[in-house]
Design a protein around this ligand. Structure first.
Ligand SMILES: O=C[C@H](O)COP(=O)(O)O
Length: 264
């Protein structure tokens, strides 16, 4: 983690928690962090609930003037129209979303999303004033073949197609090795650093120093309060995209306060 970039902890709830449960969790998280006098300027805290929870989260965040930010798990490539079941970037922006996750491995796997689709979604998010969190990552076979860097860099190249250097500087890329998602199989800090550094080096090559120094690269995959400090000690890891552990306020609160945690 470099001092020039604000660390970002984003909790991706996936398809968990209804809108009432969402309010309870965000309230608990806010209390937990406020108890510890969390400085949100020091570590940015984001929750990424299902679409159906967003309006309730917005009402709570606005009403209680919380510093927690929130985002959506996906967005349509289309602006509006006859696309049943789709949610547009404009709708999400209107709900006060700051971030949109695009190209999560579960979307790439279960919905066949290509880098081209991911790029189109990232453009929609950015055009609507939100920050895309662009996910990349390799499956177990690619990891075993030692091709994780080439694979992830290619995904980044495809997913960031058409973005200017200035735009890339404000983006977030999340490296999530698929074999470490929800499995308890956390990548080592060295594994995380290897790919995060390669992503940044690629951005430096294609978009220049300002973009490479600005883009935040997160790690995701079985992150917990107990292992977050070691991961965050790596130079090119600027935060975490957290799944399961973000469903518990205490655990996610601990992750957000990684600097209080022991390095294992
Ligand atoms: O978006 C989050 C990631 O898929 C990681 O999920 P996990 O923390 O449950 O392994």
């Amino acid at each position: 983690m470099a001092a020039t970039r604000t660390p970002l902890m984003a909790g991706n709830w996936k398809m968990n928690l209804n809108h009432q449960e969402a309010v309870v969790l965000v309230q608990k998280l806010a209390w937990t962090l406020s108890d510890k006098k969390h400085d949100f300027a020091k570590v940015e805290v984001v929750v990424v609930p299902p679409f159906t929870d967003l309006r309730s989260v917005q009402t709570l965040v606005d009403g209680d003037r919380l510093s927690i930010r929130y985002g959506a798990q996906d967005v349509s490539v289309h602006e509006s129209g006859a696309y049943t079941g789709e949610i547009s970037a404009g709708m999400l922006a209107k709900l006060g979303c700051s971030y949109v996750v695009v190209g999560h491995s579960e979307r790439r796997e279960h919905h066949d999303e290509s880098d081209e689709t991911v790029s189109a979604k990232a453009h929609r998010a950015l055009d609507a004033g939100m920050t895309p969190i662009v996910c990349v990552g390799e499956g177990l076979e690619i990891r075993q073949a030692g091709e994780q860097v080439a694979h992830c860099v290619a995904q980044v190249a495809g997913s960031l197609a058409g973005f200017s250097a200035e735009q890339v500087a404000g983006l977030v890329v999340a490296y999530e090795p698929v074999w470490a998602i929800g499995t308890g199989e956390v990548a080592t800090p060295d594994d995380a650093q290897e790919v995060c550094a390669a992503v940044r080096a690629h951005v430096r090559e294609t978009h220049g120093d300002a973009a490479a120094d600005g883009v935040r690269v997160l790690y995701g995959g079985s992150v917990k309060a107990a292992n977050v400090a070691g991961i965050m000690a790596e130079t090119d890891v600027d935060g975490c995209l957290v799944g399961g552990a973000s469903l518990q306020a205490d655990e996610f609160g601990g992750i957000c306060r990684f600097y209080d945690m022991p390095v294992l």
